[in-house]
Design a binder for this molecule. Structure first.
Ligand SMILES: Nc1ncnc2c1ncn2[C@@H]1O[C@H](COP(=O)(O)OP(=O)(O)OP(=O)(O)O)[C@@H](O)[C@H]1O
Ligand SMILES: [Zn+2]
Length: 734
């Protein structure tokens, strides 16, 4: 096989290569390179696979598969695409080995856009003629010509939109010879961000942090830096300077953000700093947009891309910087398919690509804090809010003492604070991390609870959509008139609050408030998110009632009060990180208050006001809290001081699942430094109709779970009706 650099021809024309296909297969397959075809590792190739033709990636030299020569098939063709870069291929191998996922399943994440690999139809663009023919010019036509005059060749639809005319006007101008038609391969238009536009004047501390990060970028070497700054300290503005430095170096940047589809304020801030919007990557994009973006990344035309965790797998040929914003966020963990953590794999990607990684957070994860403490990561601190803004005061409201009225969830102190805030013309946020009207509906007659038929979960009432929904599998049904258990009529009672029910209470106590519900049910894409931002900024909305989607990132100058309705919600499950996560979420949401000029106030309603997490929140003692958490984890040898993995065994046939679990339990590794817990029914013992059992494997740091687990699983044959999922470093214990 030829390497990209060398052009030596092999004497043997029938050389073999390994090709990895984006299928959940263990490894690559051998193929023969037909005479005259030129391939090397990283090339995208089309190959026969059974009756199908599939696109895969040349992974290396073949020939050790032991297959008979006659059974090895020829490569079909080479695709006219840039190579999948070495760092991406290394990342596939790394994730596969670390997460114990089939290589092909990992590759599929890098090839998630099928349209990239299909032949493309050219599209027509329009640009002005050098000389205008003598034609009749209507106002509409003039507008189109003005728009076309400044800018690149564009599709008719773009010109029509910018000129405020129909596309017919554009094509009419082309027919009349006033615009030139050019036919090009689709690819989109990628304006380049300008690093040298004047940024905001940074404070001394901000500049110091920015300079240091820029130095890491200049070094063109792997490093990890935690940008640890309080909410509203300007972390974004500061890491933008590292982005600017990478742009000056002519190298690409990827920024991972949770909930990118909702981050309209981030996008406009980027545009203010760099003159143009960045490329974005998330699941809301159309197929053609995804195809264009994928290709533009591969061709180096996209300089800065911001996206959800899947952006990590895009084929950046020359990555100069990786930023992981809100690094502590649990949504970086992918829980389906290949189970991996994009924060951790982002760091691996940085090492493989030899580029710096910046982690930004006001509430860094314990893992990251320990990595800083042990000297593996650098740390830069921004201990103050930008400008005159101060951190808000945080008060706990003991709901055991401030008894709530029947069917009421807003305590008297919170009610008073809300009234005062709105009366001053300021804004408030009521936070309750629960969608819908009520989390539980039960029959007053017999106590029967409405449950999902496919999951171990209660059905959640949604009054606006007039349905009962399962938040785990999406099952939805109308609320029955009669109890299916005892037949009582109209006997259902809603138990507990969701945000919809809170909105009802707000209407009762604050009828004048201009309240708005913000949950993933009503704000689900960029357009809805930016309309929401506009309503708050303009003051049309003065009271936000929202779930965790409003907890982070937003910056509303007049928002001065945050009320947390039920601070204990996240503590219920009691898993390893329940307290840490609660701290992070509540601190983030508290951080929305008082971000500009007006002092902020936060009221946290809890039945556990004496718990360490609530006390730490009220005192603003993040480091003390983390220290105590860290000590506890160290004592119990839990991550990051020990290793943890979970096995989730599931299937439709409960007996088969239990039998398989029993066999696994008998073969479970018994050795020093390893503890296997389970099998136990998962908290979600039934999910989408599948019965689920869990094993937890806890081990000392010196032990490789990547060796131990396959050795264990290989001793027991998995029945075809059962599925085993491996979750290394689990964050969800459901
Ligand atoms: N030097 C500066 N000059 C002007 N505006 C600034 C400066 N630094 C920060 N800001 C503004 O202050 C606000 C808060 O900054 P930013 O959102 O970057 O903070 P953050 O640290 O990311 O906060 P959070 O963690 O709460 O999201 C933004 O509106 C930002 O534009
Ligand atoms: Zn369900």
């Amino acid at each position: 096989m030829k390497s990209q650099a060398s052009t030596d021809l092999f004497a043997n024309d029938s050389q073999l290569v390994k090709v990895l296909l984006p299928l959940p297969l263990a490894g690559p397959y051998d193929y023969r390179v037909p005479p005259g075809m030129d391939v090397w590792p990283g090339r995208f190739v089309r190959v026969p696979f059974g009756p199908r033709r599939l696109v895969g990636v040349v992974w290396g030299e073949g020939g050790d598969s032991g297959l008979e020569a006659s059974r090895i098939k020829d490569l079909d063709s080479v695709l006219p695409l840039p190579d999948l870069p070495q760092a991406n291929r290394d990342l596939v191998d790394w994730i596969s080995a670390y997460c114990l996922a089939p290589q092909g399943a990992v590759l599929r994440m890098a090839m998630s856009v099928p349209a990239v690999f299909e032949p493309v139809k050219p599209i027509t663009l329009y640009e002005p003629m050098e000389e205008l023919p003598d034609i009749r010019l209507t106002a509409a036509r003039k507008r189109v010509l003005t728009v076309a005059a400044d800018g690149p060749a564009r599709p008719a639809s773009d010109l029509a939109r910018d000129a405020g005319v129909s596309t017919g006007v554009v094509t009419g101008l082309a027919d009349a010879g006033a615009l030139k038609r050019i036919s090009v391969a689709p690819g989109g238009y990628w304006p380049q961000p300008d690093p040298d536009l004047p940024g905001p004047g940074l404070s001394e501390l901000q500049s110091k942090a920015a300079l240091e990060m820029a130095e890491h970028v200049k070094a063109r070497d792997f490093s990890v830096t935690l940008l640890d700054g309080v909410t509203g300290s300007g972390k974004t503005e500061v890491y933008f300077e590292a982005v600017a430095e990478s742009l000056r170096q002519g190298r690409q940047v990827v920024v991972l953000l949770p909930e990118i589809a909702l981050s309209t304020q981030w996008l406009s801030r980027f545009e203010r700093r760099f003159g143009v919007a960045p490329a974005v990557w998330h699941s809301d994009l159309t197929q053609s947009k995804r195809r264009d973006s994928w290709k533009a990344v591969a061709e180096g035309k996209i300089q800065v891309l911001v996206g959800a965790r899947s952006a990590l797998h895009l084929p950046f040929p020359d990555l100069g910087l990786i930023v992981i914003d809100e690094e502590h966020d649990q949504s970086f963990k992918q829980e389906e398919g290949v189970i991996y953590n994009a924060r951790d794999m982002g760091i691996v990607r940085g090492r493989l690509a030899q580029c710096p990684v910046i982690l930004a957070s006001a509430t860094p994860s314990l893992e990251t804090v320990v990595n800083v403490r042990e000297g593996r990561f650098h740390k830069l601190e921004l201990p103050e809010r930008h400008g005159v803004a101060e951190l808000p005061t945080i008060e706990l409201v003991d709901i055991l003492k401030n008894s709530l009225g029947r069917q009421r969830w807003i305590s008297p102190p919170l009610e008073t604070a809300l009234k005062e805030t709105l009366a001053r013309g300021e804004q408030a946020l009521l936070f309750l991390n629960r969608r819908g009207y009520a989390p539980l509906t039960l029959c007053d007659g017999c106590g029967h609870r409405l449950e999902c038929p496919n999951c171990s979960a209660w059905l959640v009432e949604h009054r606006f959509s007039k349905r009962l929904e399962c938040h785990h599998c999406g099952y939805a049904t109308r609320k029955p008139d009669d109890c299916p258990e005892c037949g009582a009529h109209d006997s259902f009672r809603a138990c507990g609050p969701g945000v919809e029910r809170l909105a009802e209470e707000v209407e009762l106590i604050l009828p004048e408030a201009r309240a708005e519900l913000v949950t993933s049910d009503n704000i689900y894409g960029p357009a809805a998110a930016s309309a929401f931002v506009d309503r708050v900024t303009s003051g049309e909305t003065n009271l936000i009632i929202g779930t965790q989607i409003v907890a982070k990132g937003y910056h509303f100058p007049k928002l001065t009060l945050v009320g947390v309705v039920d601070a204990d919600l996240g503590l219920a499950g009691g898993d390893l990180r329940a307290a840490e996560r609660t701290y992070q979420l509540l601190h983030q949401v508290a951080g929305r208050a008082g971000r500009e000029g007006h002092k902020g106030r936060v009221l946290i309603q809890s039945a556990n006001v004496d718990s360490p997490v609530m006390e730490a929140l009220a005192k603003g003692d993040r480091d003390g809290f983390l220290e105590a958490e860290s000590n506890m984890r160290e004592l119990s040898r839990m991550p990051p001081f020990g290793r943890l993995a979970a096995l989730i065994i599931s299937g439709m046939d409960e007996v088969a699942v239990d039998r398989f679990c029993g066999e696994l339990a008998r073969k479970a590794p018994r050795m020093d430094g390893v503890l296997v817990l389970g099998p136990a029914p998962a908290p979600m013992a039934l999910l989408r109709g599948r019965h689920r059992r869990r094993f937890l494997i806890k081990a000392d740091k010196r032990i490789s779970l990547q060796k131990l687990i396959p050795q264990w699983l290989n001793q027991v044959k998995e029945p075809s009706s059962v599925r085993t999922q491996i979750d290394i470093d689990p964050v969800s214990f459901m």
